[in-house]
Design a protein around this ligand. Structure first.
Ligand code: FAD
Ligand code: EPU
Length: 339
């Protein structure tokens, strides 16, 4: 296990904001976990690839970076294969590895940044598929009880951009590996607007999971700013889920507002549309801004601090609330150890 003193976190968060931690622990094995100091949520932070965090302050204590590697097919008999992946594996490389083995189910989740261990935290989702649809179990170290736990899918309490690990018991578990049930037969999920068009004239019998993955990669590269070029954490806000009465009222006034039915009669609406409609797309405030490519992405235009980005994001949230009466909820974890 590598331990770094006075560690710089700039390269460990995709916003690229500067921050420091007193100590950084790079965890490389399950044995390393047993040698770690106890996790103190008031002083410590757990990080994967840092693509869904906004750092507003230094970390006074320890940053624990999960780097546990490994990917294997643990049961390949039958129509499905159970695949196990270590929390420290880069997500997109893992997706491509499953496709190389002819295993389907993750293709729509291609090119999501970050590491596998964070995927269950917010039940990553894209292009009509969520992790929950393939997840079998999550293995984690329980910092509080000091033992290992295995959660089946039900116990993870997955919802849109949410799970027990994000909302109910934040910072309690260190996820070390996932098991996924992937299919040997390809069942394309092509309902997301634009995906079918991106595949162009590929005939049904030429369609493969890899082709879908490639199409998703192309769409994402076109739509979203690359964090390696311009710091960001993907969507800064979740798409609001509102009741049908509110949705009818809003769509009465704005028939073009994109909206999708979700569970229990509720309606999900597009936060990007609300932000763009407020005239905020491309807005710049100092070194922080709203991307001119996608209104839901807040960007670091160079040298922004976490506070600069958070000020801009609150301005977006407040303007949308004044205009539409809807308070947007941030998607990334907002990390602040200020008193
Ligand atoms: P981090 O940012 O390091 O951590 C996120 C949270 O998970 C933190 O609270 C952290 O403490 C916790 N955590 C991390 N690892 C562990 C672990 N092993 N055990 C316990 N807790 C842990 N997300 C989507 O859902 N869909 C998208 O389409 C999508 N697109 C994106 C596009 C871009 C350009 C970017 C920058 C981000 C995007 N994201 C998307 C958000 C992000 O990539 C995902 O949420 C990803 O799963 C975060 O992984 P990470 O390793 O970077 O997590
Ligand atoms: N739109 C605008 N203005 C824009 C961008 C989009 O009005 O600048 C409208 C479009 O008209 C479109 C709608 O918003 O109808 C939806 O846009 P898009 O398809 O880009 O998806 P999104 O709802 O903005 C969500 C996820 C993304 C995920 C994509 C694809 C959330 C918060 N975001 O974005 O996830 O990749 O769908 O499935 O659910 C992330 O979580 O970080 C993330 C990038």
């Amino acid at each position: 296990m590598k331990v770094i003193e006075a560690a710089s976190l700039e390269a460990l968060n995709t916003f690229g904001v500067q921050a420091r931690a007193a100590l950084q622990f790079d965890i490389e094995s399950e044995e390393d976990i047993l040698a770690l100091p106890a996790f103190d949520p008031a002083r410590d932070l757990l990080l994967g690839g840092g693509s869904n965090v906004l750092l507003l302050s230094d970390v006074p204590g320890n940053v624990f970076c999960n780097r546990i590697k490994g990917r294997q097919i643990v049961d390949g008999n039958g129509r499905h294969a159970t695949v196990e992946v270590g929390a420290g594996e880069p997500w997109h490389e893992f997706v491509r590895w499953t496709l190389d083995y002819g295993l389907c189910g993750l293709e729509n989740l291609s090119l999501i940044p970050g590491l596998a261990g964070a995927a269950p935290i917010q039940n990553i989702g894209a292009y009509g598929v969520e992790l929950a649809s393939v997840l079998e179990s999550v293995t984690a170290w329980d910092w509080q009880a000091g033992n290992w736990r295995v959660f089946d899918r039900e116990e993870c309490r997955f919802a849109y951009r949410d799970s027990r690990f994000k909302s109910d018991e934040p910072d309690r578990y260190l996820i070390t590996s996932l098991r996924l049930a992937l299919s040997k037969a390809f069942a394309p999920q092509l309902t997301y607007p634009g995906l079918l068009e991106e595949l162009g004239s590929v005939s049904t019998n030429e369609l493969t999971a890899k082709r879908v993955s490639d199409a998703v990669v192309r769409i994402r590269q076109r739509k979203l700013p690359d964090p390696a070029v311009q710091g960001n954490a993907g969507s800064f806000f979740k798409n609001p889920i509102i009741d049908p009465g509110m949705a009818d009222h809003l769509r009465g006034e704005h028939p073009e507002l994109p909206a999708w039915p979700v569970d229990k009669g509720m309606i999900k609406i597009s936060a990007a549309w609300l932000i763009e409609r407020c005239g905020l797309k491309g807005l710049t405030d100092g070194a922080a801004g709203v991307s001119d490519r996608h209104a839901l992405v807040v960007v670091n235009k160079g040298g922004a601090s976490g506070a600069d980005i958070w000020r801009l994001a609150r301005r977006v949230r407040d303007t949308v609330e004044e205009s539409f009466g809807i308070r947007l909820q941030p998607e990334p974890k907002i990390v602040s150890f200020h008193n």
